[in-house]
Design a protein around this ligand. Structure first.
Ligand SMILES: Cc1cc2nc3c(=O)[nH]c(=O)nc-3n(C[C@H](O)[C@H](O)[C@H](O)COP(=O)(O)O)c2cc1C
Length: 168
């Protein structure tokens, strides 16, 4: 039986939603299932084998508000055997010291719960001061910067999706 994979993102964002849709389109069939991050429950997390998660960075290095409610529940879950690929919108010029921090914050929470993060990408090609998402020479997920590098987005998404197909 093929694995069930969910793409979790806030249905009320504009930019993150657009990227999630690009990921779903690039993935093709059998398709990924879209889940609204604002309506996440433990049951949803149990229902799927693996996840692609959106973590845009807000408030100088934090997860957006809609994660606040579910994170305490998430922290109590056993996520062993589940794989997580995280993508995150950020702005490397405007928020150079906290570039895509939310990717790193979410990765830490998921790993604490036994989950495995996949989909690391090299830091080459991005210019920033510091990031909680950086581990040595890679990010623990895919940063997307629509403010400064929008023209690279389609290529980055396509490449990441083919990488994920091997890693899931
Ligand atoms: C108030 C505010 C704070 C932000 N803080 C950060 C930040 O700390 N790090 C970062 O990389 N991007 C930061 N950004 C940039 C956003 O992540 C970026 O605009 C992103 O596209 C938002 O995605 P969304 O609209 O899908 O939520 C911030 C943007 C705003 C408006």
């Amino acid at each position: 039986m093929s694995k069930k994979i969910a793409v979790i993102y806030s249905f009320h964002t504009k930019k993150s939603k657009r990227i999630a849709e690009k990921i779903i389109e690039a993935w093709g069939e059998p398709g990924l299932e879209a889940v609204n991050a604002e309506e996440l429950t433990k049951e949803v997390m149990e229902k799927y084998d693996h996840f692609i998660m959106s973590a845009p960075t807000w408030f100088d290095g934090e997860l957006p508000n809609y994660w606040d409610e579910f994170v305490p529940d998430l922290e109590e879950m056993d996520l062993k055997g589940k794989k997580f690929a995280i993508f995150g919108l950020g702005d490397q010029k405007g928020y150079s010291e906290n570039f895509v921090d939310a990717i790193g914050i979410l990765a830490e929470i998921l790993e604490e719960c036994g989950g495995t993060t996949i989909g690391n990408v090299p830091v080459d090609g991005y210019t920033f001061e510091s990031s909680r998402a950086q581990r040595d020479k890679v990010f623990v997920g895919l940063p997307i910067d629509q403010e400064n590098q929008a023209r690279m987005t389609n290529g980055r998404v396509k490449e990441w999706v083919s990488q994920l197909k091997k890693e899931f």
